[in-house]
Each structure stands twice: as C-alpha cells, then as structure tokens.
Write a protein that binds this ligand. Sequence first.
Ligand SMILES: [Zn+2]
Length: 284
Amino acid sequence: MIHRERVADDVYTFQSDVYAQVNAGAVIGQDWAVVIDTLAFPEESLAIREFIEDELQRKVRYVINTHYHADHSWGNCFFPGAYVLSHALCREYLKKIGTASLQTALEMDSVFQKTQIVLPHLTLDTGSLELIVGDKTLRFIELPGHSPDGIGVYIVEDEVLFAGDVWMPIPHIVDGDPEVMRESLRKIQTMTLENVVQGHGEVILRGEVISSIKDRISYLDKIEKIIQDAALDEFPGEFLLENDIEKCGKSRILLGGAAEEIHQQNLQHLYHKIHGEEPKGYDS
Ligand SMILES: [Zn+2]
C-alpha cells in the first residue's frame, strides 16, 4: 500500500499508492527517528510507524510537516508522544482550515474517523533551525510558493532535500503563487544536491536537478501565457480546457492520473486571480 525506498543510509521515503503519489520520509538515528510528513490515510501513517518502531526498533520522536495540506499533516495523530514541528503559518492554517476540512472529509469518508488534527508543538518563522538526529543534521529551509507555509528539510551530510510540494511533477499553485514558487526553486538550484524528494512523484537524482527545475519553471511560464491569451479569447473557459496538460508538454498519467485536474485547477485559479472572476464560456 505504501512504497518504501532508501535514498541514503538511514534515510527513507514512503510513497502513497492511493493518493497522487504523495511522499513522506524518515531519518533514523541511533536511538530515535524523525518522520517528514505523514501521508493522508491512517493505514499509511501507521505503516510508516510500524516500519520505524517495530522493524527498525526506533521511537519516532519528531514529526515534521512540510506544510499544512491534509496529505502531509493529517497523520500527526498516529505518532503519539512525538513533537510536531512546522512553519508557524502551518500551525495557524491547520488550526483554522485543517479542523474544518477534516470535519468535511469525515462526512464523506469514514476512513478518517480516528484522524485528529494535531497542531505543531514547535514552530519556525524566519531564521534558521537545525535538528540533529544521530550523525545527521536536518536543516530547515523556507520554501513557499505551493503554500505560504512551505518548508524543506535538507539533510546536510547526505545532500538530500525533502522539498515538500514546492517541487512536484506538475507545479500546483492554487494555494500559492507562481513567482514565489519560482524564487523557491531558484533557491534550491543554488544548493548541493544528491537527491531531491519531491512532495509527490519520483525521487529526483543529482543529474536531473537542473533540468527538472527548468521544466517546472517553464510550466509556470506556460500557464501564465495561457492565462494572458485566454483573456483575448471570446470563450476563455473553453480556451483553458483546450489548453490541456499535454499542450504544456506533460503527460496526463503523472501523479496517478491527477495531472489534468491539477493543471485545470491551476488555470482556473490564475484566471480568477488576475481577472477577479470565473472564466466564462464553458460549453458543458
Ligand atoms: Zn500540498
């Protein structure tokens, strides 16, 4: 149900099979471990915990949320006794938005019956913070753009970055901002990287880092151009639908088939943001 991969000594990723290939991670110290994001569904979070606590015999002492979205933070409650760490804004959003959206999710799906929003105990705002786990240094880096509260976790000794959702196979900007995302991606580009664990999708290897960043920035450029052109079209809504993900040079099978939906959400969001209204002219 979750796919586990080892990206460096004592560093693992866990990928969901059921929801948009979302990733979580773990760094295993001599005595205790840190979990980076939790995946969304209870069985998934519990499978991560089982692996670390039963198989590897380490207690999870910290859980880091790269941002407040459900598929990264709703499993906090399945690591009882662990301290949760995030950006200060993540705590604020989980409190304001997370609790309400869990309520809505519960009405539709009983799978979340045991889920509870656990607010971060430790928060980071500006400045720097490092967490030392065994012989590894986890350095926190502000990476907004997908959401304002985005942070990445850089494992200094392994040169591995858990980037959170600022880096995905298809950028998702409905809760963020394209220009802020570009800035974060450019910031990442200056780092020395062996591997990047994207918020969703495959692990990016050293040789792919530059081209992958270029590809994400180019996608952002393309959707902004589409929005400009849509404004000149008689039926902007239809125009957006026609400019599908494949016209932006990406496959619709990405992210477990969620690619086109994410792409259309991006277009709708940007159009609304720039023109202050929904795009008119949908046929159906
Ligand atoms: Zn997200």
